[in-house]
Design a protein around this ligand. Structure first.
Ligand SMILES: Cc1cc2nc3c(=O)[nH]c(=O)nc-3n(C[C@H](O)[C@H](O)[C@H](O)COP(=O)(O)OP(=O)(O)OC[C@H]3O[C@@H](n4cnc5c(N)ncnc54)[C@H](O)[C@@H]3O)c2cc1C
Length: 317
């Protein structure tokens, strides 16, 4: 049986839900090896969190260069592992780091790459949804190792327990992958809300909030949701850019996406159109975002959201 690599993804030192989704998709193609790239001394602890999903083996590489030289050092290590173990495919989470790493690895291994897949079939055919959700594309890599980045929340994760074997491998990162050095980095300030790309529910606010996100945040908190924002809101400085959803922001694919005061420009849709259910609150009945809505409320978000929040909270108590 062929081997398929997944690059294990961690949030706060724990294997993320996305990792289990990657393993589920990879297991359709072959036997899954999870690659853990860790700072020195942290590999075993990170690998120990990979307990769910169809993972047969774990390869742990510890190296200080991952922290000091960022994505290019990580890509160098993955390319070396591919040369050693010849997997048929590599699946990586489709976030900024994952896509950058996958691009580097594709170049280093002379392989084809498909990004932002929403599904992967057993013959490694990837499905992408493009042009504002209007077009579905199926494609397959025809050269080298199949490299696919997979959007979080698109694959129903097989969370059954595994008893994966662990192998530690030491690698020397090439000098050509150390041409940029990270001088400092600060982890994001973690609030009580879930990480945007991992959340099951996302409530987003746009220009319609007029800079006041209190109602959006209160509704998000009632649902245990992450808060997103349109670029109009982040560019205005109303919400941090790290929360921007869309073509030049983050891609989300939650079970439920609630768009509040967002018109539905194509660049915003690009980041949320694969959400399973979409609820829209907008006072303009002609707003294009209603085309995507499973449920729409024509109204002022400052009137609708407090009532919705109260309703959700009342059901909980
Ligand atoms: C290269 C490029 C990349 C881009 N990348 C992104 C991206 O990643 N993400 C992104 O979001 N945009 C992106 N944009 C910008 C995008 O084109 C839109 O300008 C932006 O999405 C608009 O944000 P908005 O919907 O919040 O604002 P608007 O388009 O101004 O819409 C505001 C909406 O709020 C409604 N509204 C107003 N008041 C209320 C109220 N009180 N209650 C309810 N509804 C109300 C209005 O009816 C309107 O529909 C990009 C643009 C370019 C050119």
């Amino acid at each position: 049986m062929s081997t398929v690599f997944i690059l294990a993804d961690f949030v706060n030192g724990q294997a993320s839900k996305t990792t289990t989704e990657l393993a589920t998709a990879a297991a359709r193609i072959g036997e899954v090896t999870a690659v853990v790239l860790a700072p020195v001394g942290q590999g075993a602890a990170l690998a120990a969190t990979l307990t769910s999903g169809p993972i047969s083996s774990i390869v742990v590489v510890e190296n200080a260069d991952f922290q000091s030289h960022g994505v290019s050092a990580s890509a160098d290590a993955v390319a070396q592992l591919i040369a050693q173990k010849s997997p048929t495919a590599l699946l990586v989470a489709s976030h900024a780091f994952g896509k950058e790493l996958a691009g580097y690895v594709a170049v280093k291994t002379d392989s084809g790459i498909i990004t932002d897949a929403v599904d992967v079939a057993s013959d490694a055919t990837a499905t992408q949804v493009i042009f504002g959700g209007s077009t579905t594309v199926h494609s397959k890599v025809s050269n080298g190792t199949t490299i696919i980045t997979v959007r979080p929340n698109c694959i129903t994760a097989d969370t059954s327990a595994n008893a994966a074997s662990v192998e530690n491998i030491s690698l020397t990162i090439s000098d050509s992958s150390k041409k940029a050095t990270v001088s400092s980095s600060q982890p994001p300030v973690q609030g009580g809300r879930p990480e945007l790309t991992e959340a099951n529910i996302v409530v987003s606010g746009g220009r319609g909030t007029n800079g006041d996100f209190a109602a959006v945040e209160a509704f998000a908190d009632s649902l245990g949701a992450a808060v997103g924002a349109s670029r109009a809101a982040t560019d205005a400085g109303w919400y941090p850019h790290s929360h921007q959803v869309g073509q030049t922001g983050k891609t989300v694919s939650p079970q439920l996406y609630v768009a509040c005061g967002i018109s539905g420009a194509i660049q915003h849709r690009a980041g949320m159109q694969t959400s399973k259910a979409i609820v829209v609150i907008n006072k303009d009945p002609e707003a294009p975002i209603f085309e995507l809505a499973d449920f729409g409320v024509i109204g002022d978000l400052f009137a609708v959201l407090p009532v919705a929040t109260e309703g959700v909270n009342a059901r909980k108590s």
